[in-house]
Design a protein around this ligand. Structure first.
Ligand code: PRT
Ligand code: ZN
Length: 283
C-alpha cells in the first residue's frame, strides 16, 4: 500500500499546532526535534519536518503529498498546489505599516516611497493592483526595525497581536492579505483514498473544536421552548429523569454563539447546565 508523506514546519509558530492536529486525528508518531522524518505507526503516513518556506515546493514537486503551511508562504512562493482544508490556526494579516509620526491619509501617498518586506511578490502584486509605484526593499528578517534605521519609509509584514509594530513605533495602515494555516496537496490529490480519509479525520477534529457538548435539565412544560433554541447535529436527545416531569436534554452548541445560547436557555427554564469539550464529530 502507498505511504503518504505530509510536510509540516519543523520548528516555529505552526509546528506545535500542526503536531497537535495530527495527534488529535489519532495518528501515532514521535516528534523528535532532531529527526527530519517520522513514521506514523497506525496509518500509512510519514511526517516530514521542514522549514515552512520549502513546504509548498515540496508538495508541488511531489516530494510530499500534503503539507501544512501558512497561505502567505504559498502566495509568496507562487507554486501550483490545491487548497484542501483551512485549519483555523496561525491566523495573521500581512499589513503595510508606517511610523506613528507619519500622518498618512491615503494609500496613494506610498507612490515613490520605499517599503521593506520579506514578501516582495505579494506586496508587488498588491501595489500593482492599486497602481502604486513604490520601491520594494526585500530583506530577510527584522523588517520592523527598518524605518527606525532609515532603511525604508514603511514596512509590509505579518501582524498578529500588533505588539511588534507598537513596540517599534509603527502603526498599521493597509491590509494586504489575511492568512491562516492550510492543508495543501498536489492538484488532484484530493481524489486519492488515503488523502480523503485524512481530510475526513481533520474535518471531524475541526468540527469538534467549534462545538461544545451540552447536557441540561428542564421541566417538561419548558421542553419545547428549550429545544427550539437547540439545533444539535440532527436534533437534541431527550432522556427522562428520576424526578417526575423532568428531562435531561443532550445536544451540541456552536462555540461562536455559546454564551448567547446559554443565557437564552436559562431564561427558557434550563437548569443544571453541564458543558463538555468534544473530541471528534464524525458525520
Ligand atoms: O524556520 P521557518 O522558516 O520554518 O519559520 P519562519 O521563521 O519563517 O516562520 P514563523 O515560525 O515565524 O511563522 C510561520 C507562519 O506562522 C507564518 O508563515 C505565518 O503564516 C504564521 N504567523 C502567524 C506568523 C505570525 N502569526 C506572526 N505574528 N508569522 C510571523 N509572525 C511574526 C511577524 O513577522 C512579526 O515579526 O510575528 C511578528 C508580529 O507579531 P505580533 O504578535 O507582535 O503582531
Ligand atoms: Zn520561513
Amino acid at each position: 500500500m502507498k505511504t503518504l508523506k505530509i510536510a509540516i514546519q519543523k520548528s516555529g509558530r505552526l509546528n506545535e499546532k500542526s503536531v497537535e492536529l495530527l495527534k488529535n486525528c489519532g495518528l501515532s508518531f514521535e516528534n523528535y526535534k532532531s529527526s527530519l522524518i517520522s513514521p506514523v505507526s497506525n496509518f500509512p503516513l510519514e511526517i516530514l519536518f521542514l522549514r515552512d518556506d520549502d513546504i509548498p515546493e515540496y508538495v508541488q514537486d511531489g516530494i510530499a503529498d500534503l503539507g501544512i503551511v501558512g497561505e502567505n508562504v504559498i502566495q509568496e512562493t507562487e507554486v501550483k498546489v490545491s487548497y484542501l482544508q483551512r485549519l483555523g490556526f496561525g491566523r495573521c494579516s500581512l499589513k503595510i505599516a508606517v511610523p506613528n509620526t507619519y500622518d498618512i491619509k491615503s494609500i496613494a501617498e506610498l507612490n515613490g516611497k520605499s517599503i521593506a518586506t520579506t514578501y516582495p511578490v505579494i506586496l508587488g502584486k498588491f501595489l500593482k493592483q492599486k497602481d502604486i509605484k513604490a520601491d520594494i526593499r526585500t530583506i530577510s528578517g527584522s523588517v520592523e526595525i527598518s524605518p527606525g534605521l532609515g532603511l525604508s519609509d514603511a514596512i509590509c509584514d505579518l501582524v498578529s497581536t500588533g505588539g511588534t509594530l507598537k513596540s517599534n513605533g509603527l502603526k498599521p495602515f493597509a491590509d494586504v492579505m489575511s492568512s491562516e494555516a492550510v492543508l495543501i496537496g498536489r492538484s488532484g490529490s484530493e481524489d486519492e483514498e488515503l488523502v480523503k480519509e485524512l481530510i475526513q479525520r481533520i474535518q471531524s477534529v475541526l468540527r469538534a473544536k467549534e462545538t461544545k457538548y451540552v447536557v441540561l435539565n428542564v421541566h417538561k412544560d419548558n421542553l419545547k421552548a428549550v429545544t427550539a433554541l437547540l439545533p444539535g447535529v440532527k436534533s437534541p436527545s431527550v432522556v427522562p429523569l428520576a424526578e417526575e416531569d423532568w428531562v435531561a436534554v443532550h445536544t451540541v452548541i456552536p462555540e461562536r454563539d455559546f454564551w448567547d445560547r446559554i443565557s437564552q436557555l436559562k431564561q427558557a427554564g434550563a437548569q443544571g447546565i453541564v458543558v463538555m469539550p468534544i473530541e471528534k464529530i464524525i458525520l
